[in-house]
Design a protein around this ligand. Sequence first.
Ligand SMILES: [Zn+2]
Length: 447
Amino acid sequence: MKRTLSVAGGLAIAAAALVAAGTVVTPQAGAATTTVLVNGAPDISVDSVRGHLTQLQTIATANSGNRAHGRTGYKASVDYVQSTLQSAGYTVSVKTFTASGATGYNVIADLPGTDPNKIVQLGAHLDSVTAGPGINDDGSGSAALLSVAQAYKAAGLHPTQTVRFSWWGAEELGMLGSKAYVSSLTAADKAKITAYLNFDMIGSPNPGYFVYRNDATLEALFVNYFQTLGIPTEKETEGDGRSDHAPFQDAGVHVGGLFSGADYIKTAAQVAKWGGTVNKAFDACYHKACDTSANLDNTALNNNSDAISYGIWQLAGSGTTPPPTTPPTSPPPAGGYFENATDVAVPDLGTASSTIAVTGRTGNAPAALQVKVDIKHTYSGDLVVDLLAPDGTVYNLQNRTGGSAANVTKTFTVNASSEATNGTWSLRVSDKAAQDTGKIDLWGLQF
Ligand SMILES: [Zn+2]
């Protein structure tokens, strides 16, 4: 997130390091991943992401300690990303722009989809501030996108929509690279972009799990994914409008993204959710020299990299798991599905519950329990929707994210693997604001 430097003569140094050291910045072979996520998307290896971060650290160390716009460290970072993508089989375009009297570079690579008129675009900024190497800000997002791009190629995936990976320059000077890119697009180009997802700082050492709230569908996408991991999320507020999603949002594109926190302080309530240290910044090295490869949390880096992969496949791929936005038209195959279609009124400022008694099953519920929900309501933003397991454990499905839209008609994925399957499950719907009412029309559980 948002702030130059002059070009040192280190270009020669960087080039030498590139050639001589060989391994220092040679592209890493795309690690074919064998494990997949709940929706069939590749599970991203955190070692692959860390490997790229080690290279970005090496580049910064070899270039006056930073990878800032207009400096050799930035150009070397661009060269690294470009050659890594080319080795993975991508056609890469490096687009230049001018900022603060220096040439900047945006790196773009497409994974073509069967529908050329639809594009899911993802971005991270590749530049750092002058004060440090910017390994969390935003080497973490840049490295994760690189590993995701490699994994998708290695897995031989053919999405429906084109997946466009972007690495932006001069973000720290005020999103100048992404602004230059967006302003170079025609109206027709912009109309093709069905979603832009931004990843600026996703490996903070005292991490939080923040989801951009700019678009309800894109927000729910990530909230749902983290629920499959049993990780609660919060709405992203700290970086509101302060990163590369802003030019896309201004151009009318649906935007979303993930963030693990910068210099805001972690509260006790957040420590209860995510662990870590109370009363300490999510990233105490934000914009400092100490934002090095030692300034990362591997678990957050891994979870967020996987969430990126999951999100792409939900949006651009076929997605082997039903997408959370459209309920299945007909009940899933017999045996594992239980439903309650009795209407239950949701009173204004009140709570309604509907139960399903599950019998004849063995063992625990699955890690990807499908909860089909059909709630009729005139103002879904009023609603808090929870699933209660037989032992009373509460799984929040939706927390007042609907805005003024009517109804909640979705299938949620819940990691219920610690719950016994047999027993009485409940759907609880609480109306938290006055003047609107509705009913639970139907809900179901697919084990
Ligand atoms: Zn940043």
